[in-house]
Design a protein around this ligand. Structure first.
Ligand SMILES: Nc1ncnc2c1ncn2[C@@H]1O[C@H](COP(=O)(O)OP(=O)(O)OP(=O)(O)O)[C@@H](O)[C@H]1O
Ligand SMILES: [Mg+2]
Length: 328
């Protein structure tokens, strides 16, 4: 690890879901590396199936990736086990998932209090803190209901309150505002912003939302289990070409987003034509070969218009009829 202090550092993560089905195994993460600094907010954007949830679960220690290492606040999660893993996770990170966040037999309020009760905080104090967070999320009137009696958005707000209550250093969230209306979504983001600015909480948030990506310090673009680009502030989630930076990693690998690859001429061999500090010129060998073949085309022997015989001359125009001489 280098000098900077990272709350999260993942190195060359691979994950393969093994399957006996016809389609075979699914490679969900393909050598992915990422670093999040203390107090940094990072968004992860990418199409459905690109590996976002798999990444989040691997980073939070809820799933062991097939290969690669994850450091959470300096500890290697892939080496911790049992009670040590649970304790390190509890004291560092909170999750907000797409679904299945809540314990079904506990009321909303009890769900939010539960992490504090686990940490040995007496019930009256746990309740006071839980109600305070629920109040900020506009959820006090429905907090006594069981999860199944709540709407999707209400359940999500309970899950958010539960994630915030332990004052984690890092929040891993999978589409946290996905099931919320714009107004509630804005109040959740305001709360995130406050935690980010005032309490230096770091975030890694999977999102399709412009507002969430905009809240983040930077956004990483995930495609087929690999980060292919990064975007700074003011990201346009519907037009990723703008404001896009490619990432060259520590081992010298750069991945091209599919649209750039297409424009470049697709996969294949590229010659390095020029290297200057901060700039490299690549030339497609396929394009070069086509151009070279073009140069080698030779002039026709007879004029297609009047059948004049050029012989071995390099004349470009027919001396008999004036037609230009084509190549073949
Ligand atoms: N339990 C599993 N078994 C087998 N394959 C899986 C499993 N979970 C996910 N996958 C596959 O792994 C790939 C990545 O899935 P993942 O859930 O990480 O995608 P995602 O980016 O979160 O998608 P979405 O935006 O739809 O939530 C997909 O091709 C998916 O079909
Ligand atoms: Mg997902």
């Amino acid at each position: 690890m280098d000098e900077k202090s990272y709350i999260l550092e993942a190195d060359s993560l691979y994950h393969v879901y093994e399957s006996k089905a016809e389609e075979g195994n699914v490679v969900a993460l393909r050598g992915l590396s990422v670093k999040v600094e203390q107090g940094e907010a990072v968004a992860v954007i990418g199409p459905s199936g690109s590996g976002k949830s798999t990444l989040l679960k691997s980073l939070g220690g809820l799933m062991t990736p097939t290969a690669g290492r994850v450091f959470l606040d300096g500890s290697d999660m892939t080496k911790l086990e049992g009670a040590d893993l649970v304790e390190h996770r509890r004291s560092t990170v909170s999750f907000i998932f797409q679904e299945g966040n809540l314990l079904p037999d506990l009321s909303g309020l009890d769900n939010v209090m539960q992490p504090l009760r686990h940490a040995g905080i007496p019930a009256p104090e746990a309740k006071r803190q839980a109600v305070a967070v629920l109040e900020r999320l506009g959820m006090t009137s429905r907090m006594k209901a069981l999860p199944e009696q709540l709407s999707g958005g209400e359940q999500q707000r309970i899950a958010i309150a539960r994630a915030l209550i332990t004052k984690p250093k890092l929040i891993l969230a999978d589409e946290p505002t996905g099931s919320l209306d714009p107004f509630t979504s804005q109040s959740v983001l305001d709360l995130f912003r406050e935690l980010h600015k005032e309490e230096d909480v770091a975030f890694l948030i999977v999102t399709h939302s412009h507002d969430v990506a905009d809240f983040s310090d930077r956004s990483l673009e995930l495609r087929d289990g690999r980060f292919v680009a990064q975007h700074g502030e003011g990201i346009e989630v519907n037009d990723l070409i703008q404001n896009r930076e490619l990432i060259l990693d520590d081992i010298g690998t750069v991945s091209f987003p599919p649209d750039i690859l297409l424009k470049l001429g697709g996969p294949g061999r590229y010659a390095v034509e020029l290297i200057e500090p901060g700039r490299i010129t690549l030339v497609s060998q396929a394009a070069k070969a086509t151009a070279a073949a073009g140069n080698h085309r030779i002039y026709v022997a007879n004029c297609p218009a009047c059948d004049h015989e050029y012989g071995s001359t390099q004349e470009k125009q027919c001396p008999d009829c004036g037609s230009s001489r084509p190549k073949r």
